[in-house]
Design a protein around this ligand. Structure first.
Ligand code: 0GY
Length: 300
């Protein structure tokens, strides 16, 4: 019996099929440091425990977008719809021929051989997702056991949480022994002042803990004012780029899972970059030297 085909969620917004050409040209060697591959589901089945079923968004479409937007490389982040089965990610890494690195989801019972295969393919980090609409919560010990497995490989940890959860997760996050990259600036409430207590806590996290990095990504997820300018997100991303120019990353988040208000034009997202990284030096660090150091530097 063949498996039933995957049917995307009824309210799923597919990625933009015809993005605009950005006015901003990324410098040579630029890295889109946060993007995903979804399926195709008939080849790489979505995980039974997933909270959503997306429209397929495979690696060939990702690589076409990379070239169209003027990027050189990708960091592909395992999304929760694929659970801890990293097959689609591995397939994309192999096909990228050195031009992609991966962030995987692993469980503590993964074998050393499998970890080695992930490393060989280009995985350099694991992702811990704490967003409750995406995954069921697990005790800290679950994550600590994973860290014990990956630290010897020189990998780091990528974390995704809601800003409201930072206080509760603070002690755990700051106790991690690796570099920790926070997705989407820790999801600030951009209707609040940039120097208000919410975002100030996040700035303090980076100021007091030099192992923390931030992705200044996803204005489309954070905005209240909306596209195409995402004006309300600019001060938050710019504050991070200005304060921590060596510890910021940027990515498209293609194919933009779970957006309900609108689907961003990836060209407009690239044009967000010069508004948050306001000179060539900052743009080069954000798009080239920071991701290259973290993902293509010596890992172990
Ligand atoms: C993102 C954001 C989301 C989804 C995931 O792994 C995922 O499923 O991270 C989201 O829904 O906010 O970074 O892709």
């Amino acid at each position: 019996m063949t498996a039933a085909p995957f049917r995307p969620d009824a309210d799923w917004l597919p990625y933009h099929r015809n993005p605009s050409t950005p006015a901003f040209r990324p410098p040579p060697g630029s890295v889109d440091a946060h993007c995903h591959v979804f399926g195709p589901g008939d080849r790489f089945p979505y995980a039974p425990e997933r909270k959503y079923t997306p429209v397929d968004a495979g690696r060939d479409a990702l690589f076409r977008l990379r070239d169209f937007l003027g990027f050189d490389k990708n960091v592909i982040v395992q999304a929760t719809c694929h659970g801890a089965d990293n097959s689609a990610l591995m397939d994309a890494l192999h096909a990228a021929d050195g031009r992609a690195r991966g962030v995987a989801t692993v469980r503590a019972d993964i074998t050393d051989d499998e970890l080695e295969r992930l490393h060989e393919a280009g995985v350099r980090a694991v992702r811990f997702n704490f967003v409750r609409r995406l995954v069921d919560p697990k005790p800290d010990q679950y994550y600590r056991a994973v860290v014990e497995r990956i630290a010897r490989l020189g990998w780091h940890v990528v974390v995704y949480f809601e800003m409201a959860d930072l206080a509760e997760r603070w002690d755990f996050l700051t106790s991690l022994p690796t570099v920790v990259v926070v997705d989407h600036m820790g999801r600030p409430d951009v209707t609040q002042p940039v120097d208000g207590p919410g975002f100030e806590r996040f700035m303090t996290l980076l100021r007091d803990h030099p192992q923390f990095w931030a992705k200044v990504s996803c204005p489309d997820r954070l905005t209240a004012s909306g596209p195409p300018g995402y004006d309300d997100v600019v001060p938050f991303a710019r504050a991070l780029v200005d304060a921590f120019p060596d510890r910021v990353l940027w990515g498209t988040d293609w194919p933009h899972p779970n957006l309900k208000s609108h689907m961003p034009d990836d060209g407009s997202l690239v044009d967000f970059v010069p508004r948050i990284a306001t000179d060539e030096e900052k743009q080069h660090r954000l798009l080239v030297s920071n991701p290259t150091r973290l993902y293509w530097g010596e890992g172990r």
